[in-house]
Design a protein around this ligand. Structure first.
Ligand code: ZN
Length: 332
């Protein structure tokens, strides 16, 4: 129990530290052209339709991985301290598997989705709805959606033609992320001339409008009240960097906790081994590196399971400390 309390304290401390990053990090060290446009992986060759997989269970709550679509990412998207040849060693023919996942939490009849994949917001087939139907879930069966952040490949599944897909779901999103997409994003980009909203901004605002009073913002810390969940601990850990309000979610009280990483990593082998390597999609790369190192250290030291939206399906495994970085051990 003492160990559990220590871990909770560590999570809360980490959340406070990560939140402080936004204050201390200063202006974005490098904002790539793709930042804010969503970071969907390129369509893959494979047409395999992988079905949802249960990755974690604790105190009557289970987490399932759902593949929205398969995909790959190109080595050219990454930069950092690694020499080009070293970086290329983590890729095969310049590519690494990195599709798009969402996660479903099922707790005592309640269904909570974490991110929603692309939906119809990008060309290609999005499988989330088909996979939910395969699990016996209709759109009205979803009670809440948690968002790691508001890039297109995470919010596209929330609306069709501007109308909400999940009629009864509360939409929980970081207050900082919400503010960014509602207005701060243009402030950051305008650089002296009027900003034209990007397709991602337009989509984010459509989502916010469609869910209206069901949008609930959080500032980090426990989400149990907002989710009406008593049986399990679920916490939002500010992990700002990839986007201004990017969030990691921690589930469970005892070991192993589940840390849903959102877009903390895009090329899992490279970025576990060398967490200082960034995808071009990381908007504030200095902050992104800090939170990647912090959260992976926490996962390794507390034996937490990690799950990510672009980690090869089923997107879950463990972080082992190895050398100056980590090694990703996929769930068997
Ligand atoms: Zn993403």
């Amino acid at each position: 129990m003492r160990k559990t309390n220590r871990t909770v304290k560590r999570l809360l401390l980490l959340a406070a530290c990560l939140a402080a990053v936004i204050v201390n990090a200063g202006p974005a060290s490098r904002v790539c052209a793709a930042a804010g446009e969503g970071d969907g992986a390129a369509p893959a060759q494979s047409e395999d339709k992988l079905r949802p997989v249960k990755i974690w269970e604790q105190d009557g709550v289970e987490a399932l991985a759902i593949q929205d679509r398969p995909g790959q990412m190109d080595v050219a998207l990454f930069s950092g301290p690694a020499a080009p040849a070293e970086r290329a060693g983590y890729f095969k023919d310049g590519k690494t598997e990195a599709g798009v996942n969402a996660f479903l939490l099922r707790a005592h009849g309640r269904n909570i989705l974490v991110d929603t994949g692309f939906g119809r917001a990008a060309p290609g087939e999005s499988r989330l709805m088909e996979q939910l139907a395969w699990l016996g879930l209709a759109p009205e069966d979803l009670d809440a959606v948690l968002l790691s952040h508001m890039h297109t490949d995470h919010i596209g599944g929330l609306v069709n033609d501007g109308l909400r897909v999940f009629p009864k779901a509360k939409l929980l999103v970081s207050a900082v992320e919400l503010d960014y997409w509602q207005g701060g994003q243009e402030q950051a980009q305008k650089g002296g001339k009027a900003a034209v909203p990007s397709p991602n901004v337009t989509l984010a605002r459509q989502v916010i409008a469609a869910y209206g009073e069901d949008v609930r913002k959080f500032y980090g810390g426990p989400l149990n009240d907002a989710l009406e969940l008593e049986s399990i601990s679920i916490m939002a850990l500010p992990a700002f960097g990839h986007t201004p309000g990017h969030t990691v979610f921690s589930l469970g009280a005892g070991e192993p906790r589940l840390l849903i990483l959102g877009d903390l990593v895009h090329a899992v082998d490279l970025q576990f081994a060398i967490p200082q390597e960034c995808a071009a999609y990381d908007q504030d790369q200095r902050a992104a590196v800090f939170v990647r190192e912090s959260v992976l250290s926490l996962a390794a030291e507390t034996h937490a399971m990690v799950a990510g939206m672009h980690i090869p399906f089923p997107g879950a495994g463990y972080a082992l400390k190895e050398g100056k970085g980590f090694r990703f051990v996929p769930l068997e």
